[in-house]
Design a protein around this ligand. Structure first.
Ligand code: MN
Ligand code: MN
Length: 479
């Protein structure tokens, strides 16, 4: 075919027209420069350290507080009036990092990024300890959406806090140090599993079978009723100073034991428990820290919520008035507290609801519509709506706001993709987005795609981690 025949009426070749008009998803690894590759790998190292010290919401908030202190943030309860980098904490499970750069624009609101720091897990029951067949177990109740069968036959660590009647808090962390014991939920051997094998996945292991093995030695080596249980209680009492009733006022969580790992020969993935949503919690914080170099004259915050995995209820969840209390506390600190300013400031804020999304898994492709689903390694996810059955229960972001966000991302060379949680009528899910939108602020969902979400070992692409960080920076810089 002659060259001229390829041209359209406008004189452009098909290739030129494609480049001008078509959107094509790109791999973040394509044509990557050595320097950028190094940045990607370095970023994930800090992220993995954060994950390893942040296995519960309390530990996450502690890690955030520690890192913020090194960046000059001061807890609001101890801050001087002139302090502009503030740490706020609520019930040790939720909080915010706030940077005030401009006192005259408080009415125009804050650039808010919000993530949740709770993750699916197994909680110990109020009275957990029992004996059976000369062994001791503890009963659990799962927290958040899990596939129960994924949590058996693996080492579990116990994290949390026991609060005595006196109010004294006893922190617990057993199972992370290589010399620590771990706990585990047993499963039936395949040889005798013919009845189990007939069950559907949610019934293969039932809720009341999620019992962890905790011991078998009777007190003073005498096999009497409750002697094993008593031996364990005695050991706990000796070591930590609590008794059986103290379990009632405890928050003790079973999480996968061990550290985060690189995954793959090329180390292109991070594999770890709790990446939903500590991935966004960490990257949002890092983006905020690094805005120091940008000298942005804006008021910004990174907000941390609890209870997202069980519906955002409770006074530390996004369905509470936590955001209101945060903004009010900041305004009060600045000596600017009045109701009108509080309401206006929230209304004019812009909020990135930062949470993970479901990456396409080649083994389970049929749950996605590929054009609008998250492709692993193709950048940060921008999710205009969540919900299910006709976007029900979703905060759908306005087109105007999405346009601003996408312009900011493009300006900073962020690799981003538009995403949804499964194809239409496949299922769905929600985030904290609509709880914030209640105050009138613009909100859109934005975060990293995961494989094996809510499992004990979630997987994220290091390239996507990097572009999520870049996206959060672009948001603080340009919105
Ligand atoms: Mn999440
Ligand atoms: Mn989740």
């Amino acid at each position: 075919m002659a060259k001229a025949a390829k041209k359209s009426k406008s004189g452009k070749s098909l290739k030129q027209l494609s480049e001008k008009l078509l959107f094509t998803k790109k791999s973040a690894w394509e044509d990557i420069k050595k320097k950028e590759l190094q940045e990607i790998m370095n970023l994930s190292e800090g992220y993995k350290d954060f994950l390893d010290s942040s296995k519960t919401e309390r530990e996450s908030l502690q890690s955030i507080s520690d890192l913020a202190a090194t960046k000059g943030f001061v807890h609001i309860s101890k801050a001087k009036k002139s302090d502009r980098k503030l740490l706020l904490t609520y019930d040790d499970v939720a909080g915010a990092l706030v940077v005030v750069n401009n006192l005259r624009t408080l009415e125009k609101g804050f650039l808010m990024n919000g993530a949740h720091i709770d993750s699916p897990r197994l909680d110990l029951k109020q009275y957990p300890l029992f004996e059976s067949e000369e062994m001791a177990y503890m009963k659990t109740h799962y927290y958040g959406g899990i596939k129960k069968y994924q949590w058996v036959t693996r080492p579990l660590a116990l994290h949390g806090v026991v609060v005595l009647e006196s109010g004294k808090k006893i922190p617990i962390s057993i199972g992370e140090d290589p010399s620590d014991p771990v706990f585990t939920i047993n499963d039936i051997l395949p040889h005798l599993a013919q009845n189990q094998n007939k069950k559907t996945a949610p019934k293969v292991i039932e809720g009341e079978q999620l019992n962890i093995l905790v011991g078998s030695i009777p007190y003073r080596f005498k096999s009497e009723k409750n002697a094993i249980k008593l031996n364990i209680l005695n050991e706990l009492n000796r070591k930590y100073g609590f008794a059986e009733q103290d379990f009632v006022s405890a928050e003790l969580q079973l999480v996968p034991a061990g550290n985060s790992r690189d995954v793959g020969f090329d180390r292109s993935f991070v594999g770890a428990y709790g990446q939903d949503d500590r991935i966004c919690a960490y990257l949002g914080m890092k983006a905020l820290f690094d805005m120091d170099k940008e000298k942005a004259g804006k008021n910004m915050m990174m907000v941390y919520f609890d209870k997202e995995e069980i519906g955002s209820m409770g006074n530390s969840g996004a369905a509470s008035n936590l955001i209101e209390r945060i903004v009010n506390d900041v305004l009060q600190h600045l000596g600017k507290s009045d109701y009108n300013l509080l309401i206006r400031s929230m209304e004019n804020s812009r909020f990135l609801s930062s949470d993970v999304n479901a990456g396409i898994d080649p083994e389970w492709k049929d749950v996605n519509e590929p054009m609008n689903a998250a492709k692993i390694g193709s950048g940060v996810c921008l999710t205009k709506f969540t919900g299910s059955r006709g976007k029900a229960g979703s905060n759908e972001a306005h087109a105007e706001f999405v346009a601003k966000i996408r312009a900011a991302f493009n300006k900073e060379g962020v690799l981003w993709q538009t995403t949804e949680l499964g194809k239409v009528d496949q299922g769905g899910g929600g985030t904290i987005a609509y709880h914030l939108a209640r105050y009138g602020m613009d909100v859109v969902d934005c975060g990293t795609a995961l494989l094996s979400m809510h499992s004990p070992f979630e997987v994220a692409s290091k390239a996507d981690i990097y572009h999520t960080y870049k996206a959060y920076r672009a948001f603080y810089k340009h919105l």
